[in-house]
Ligand binder design. Sequence first.
Ligand code: IPM
Ligand code: MG
Length: 357
Amino acid sequence: MKIAILPGDGIGPEIVEQAVNVLNALDEKFELETAVVGGAGYAAHGHPLPDGTLKLAKEADAVLFGAVGDYKYDSLERALRPEQAILGLRKNLGLFANLRPAILYPELAGASTLKPEVVSGLDILIIRELTGDIYFGQPRGVRTSPDGAFKGEREGFDTMRYAETEIRRIAHVAFQTAQKRDKRLTSVDKANVLETFQFWRDIVTDVHQEYPDVALEHMYVDNAAMQLVRAPKKFDVIVTGNMFGDILSDAAAMLTGSIGMLPSASLDANNKGLYEPSHGSAPDIAGKGIANPLATILSAAMMLRFSLNKAEQADRVEAAVKKVLAQGLRTADIFEAGTTKVSTSEMGAAVVKALAK
Ligand code: IPM
Ligand code: MG
């Protein structure tokens, strides 16, 4: 099986290196091929998603992605910005289902900014639709306003839209995932204001008929944001659109103490996937050896589970991560008094060591 390794920018290369070391330490051997992406793609080939990189991602069985983005590319035109690489990969590979678990490891209860009793034992999963919504809707741009109170003035505009098929397929993923967990699903929308999300609610309600064993609840996104910080453990699986999911998943990540702990999977209709940490490229700490590689290592575990059908190896990697936390090893983002501060590579090496049977 072939895995495309796309380290990207900022801390991407250093965290991906640790996840690759973990993969190489497993009994199962994979063919790994690396390519540039994001700012690194632009620097090498003049485009954030070079043809060769897209081709490799398409032919591989799974993609392990680091992070993209750096201040030095902020002034490039939008089409050449590093973020276009990940948006282009999602669209071109049809990765419509984004799974973002937010799990609080007991050892890290003190690292959350919320009271321990609010977050202890937290284990929720956000399923974010990833290839539709206002992120990709056309038309979009800056134009001279054709009508209304500001006619003749310049205006920026985007289009929020969801086709029925797009809502149905993400709803099926959500209901089927809920069936494997606590059989509870919260669909987050803004049906009180937006046509797109009244339609979303109607379709999700319709798909629910096929999953009578799952309890479905609808919630407005503003209320969901509040409930996430007020009583996050009330949720189990959340399904929502691309933009709301972007925002809510960052909030959910912070409940767990550090965004440096959270993996993610972006899947197509056949469980081929791209796996990346939920955090960004953090250019301010790049190259310092202080980034937390665990989100990327846990993303590799999700890859083993969902795309490579190696559940046993995935369990081993996850158990190794738990073991190093129990040993008291912490990168700077999760460090507390009484624990041992380690570097990016020391953390990776500790996970490799903990894999030993
Ligand atoms: C994410 C990121 C991306 C998004 C950016 C980098 C395009 O914030 O994966 O959540 O908005 O989807
Ligand atoms: Mg985001």
